[in-house]
Write a protein that binds this ligand. Structure first.
Ligand code: GZL
Length: 310
C-alpha cells in the first residue's frame, strides 16, 4: 500500500516544516520586485512555508500583517520596515509571543536590541559614499561649481536617510565646489521621480547633476529631463543606486552615467538565517549580515547586462 507521507515522515519524523511570516514594503520599484522574487524562490528552495504580504508602502499594513502572523503562531517573522520608527510596540508583541524576528533590507530604530535577531541587508550609508565617489569619476576633469539635484527615497526610510547622509559626508569632506540646490522625495517610484524632476527643472535652469536614491526615480526623471529639451547623461549627469535591469539599459544608452549597486537578492541569506534562528542558534548570527555589491559606470553597462540576475 502507498505510504502516506508528510514532510515530517520524509525527515524520518524529524522537525516539522518551518513557517515564515514575511511582510514586504510594497511593489514600488524594480528592486522590490526582484527582492520579492528572491524571497519567494529561496523559501521554496529551502522547504520553508512562506506566508507573504505586500503593504503597499504603508506602515499600518505591515503592523497588521505582523499581528496576523503572531495570531497564526508562525515560527519566524521577517519584514523590510518601510520606515525606521514606530515598530517597538508590535515587535514587543512578537517577543511576548516567543516569535523571533529577522529584519531584511531596511533597518529600524529601537531602544531594545532584543526585538530582532539580525538584519540581512546592505549598508546604505556606504552606498551614499560610493555614489559621491562615483560622481567624482563621472565629473573627472570638470572644474568649477557643481549644482546637484537630489531625488530622495521614501521619507523616513533607512535607505533614504542613510544614502543622503553618506553622500553629504563625502561632499562636506572633499567637495566645497558641490552644492545640493534641490532635494525632495520621489518615494522610490518612477512617477515620483518624473514629477519631482519636472518641478526641479521648472525652478532651476542650472542643474548639472542628478543624484537619485534609486533607478526607478532616475528613469522617471529622464523623461522630464528630455521633456525639458535637455540630454540626460550629458546636460545633466545622473548617478543612481540599485542596478536593476532598466537602470542598466538606461546606462547602456548613456542616459545614466554611473550606478551604485544595491543587491536585492537577499532570499538565500534570509532563509539560512531563518533556519539558524529556528534551530535556536540565533545568537551565533552576526547582528548585521551585509550583502555584497559593486559599482558600474556607463562603459561597463553593455558588457554587464547579459549576466545581470535582476
Ligand atoms: C534598498 C531598498 C530600496 C531600493 C528601492 O535596499 O530598500 O527600496 O533602493 C526600493 O528601489 O524601493
Amino acid at each position: 500500500p502507498a505510504k502516506s507521507s508528510s514532510s515530517s515522515d520524509k525527515t524520518g519524523g524529524g522537525s516539522k516544516q518551518i513557517t515564515l511570516g514575511f511582510s514586504q514594503v510594497g511593489s514600488e520599484s524594480g528592486w522590490r520586485a526582484a527582492n520579492t522574487q528572491s524571497v519567494k524562490e529561496a523559501a521554496k528552495a529551502a522547504g520553508i512555508n512562506l506566508k507573504f504580504s505586500d503593504a503597499q508602502q504603508k506602515q499600518e499594513n505591515q503592523i497588521s500583517a505582523i499581528r496576523s502572523y503572531i495570531a497564526q503562531k508562525v515560527d519566524v517573522i521577517s519584514f523590510s520596515p518601510v520606515v525606521v520608527t514606530g515598530w517597538d510596540t508590535v515587535l514587543k508583541e512578537a517577543k511576548a509571543a516567543g516569535i523571533p524576528v529577522i529584519l531584511t533590507d531596511r533597518s529600524v530604530e529601537t531602544s531594545d536590541p532584543s526585538l530582532y535577531v539580525t538584519l540581512v541587508g546592505s549598508d546604505f550609508e556606504i552606498e551614499g559614499e560610493r555614489a559621491a565617489h562615483m560622481l567624482e569619476k563621472v565629473l573627472a576633469g570638470h572644474t568649477g561649481p557643481v549644482k546637484i539635484a537630489q531625488l530622495e527615497g521614501t521619507t523616513g526610510a533607512a535607505p533614504a536617510i542613510e544614502r543622503a547622509k553618506g553622500f553629504a559626508k563625502i561632499m562636506k569632506a572633499s567637495h566645497p565646489e558641490w552644492s545640493i540646490i534641490a532635494s525632495q522625495t520621489g518615494d522610490f517610484t518612477r512617477a515620483g521621480g518624473k514629477q519631482v524632476m519636472a518641478a526641479f527643472l521648472q525652478a532651476h535652469s542650472d542643474i548639472d547633476v542628478l543624484f537619485s536614491h534609486n533607478d526607478d526615480m532616475a528613469i522617471g526623471a529622464i523623461q522630464s529631463i528630455q521633456a525639458a529639451g535637455k540630454t540626460p547623461g550629458k546636460d545633466i549627469k545622473i548617478v543612481s543606486v540599485d542596478g536593476v535591469h532598466d537602470g542598466f539599459v538606461a546606462m547602456s544608452k548613456g542616459q545614466i552615467n554611473g550606478i551604485v549597486e544595491c543587491n536585492p537578492l537577499l532570499g538565500p541569506q534570509l532563509m539560512d538565517a531563518v533556519k539558524t534562528v529556528h534551530a535556536g542558534k540565533g545568537s551565533t548570527l552576526p547582528r548585521w549580515i551585509k550583502t555584497q555589491e559593486t559599482d558600474y559606470t556607463a562603459d561597463q553597462a553593455a558588457a554587464a547586462l547579459p549576466s545581470r540576475k535582476y
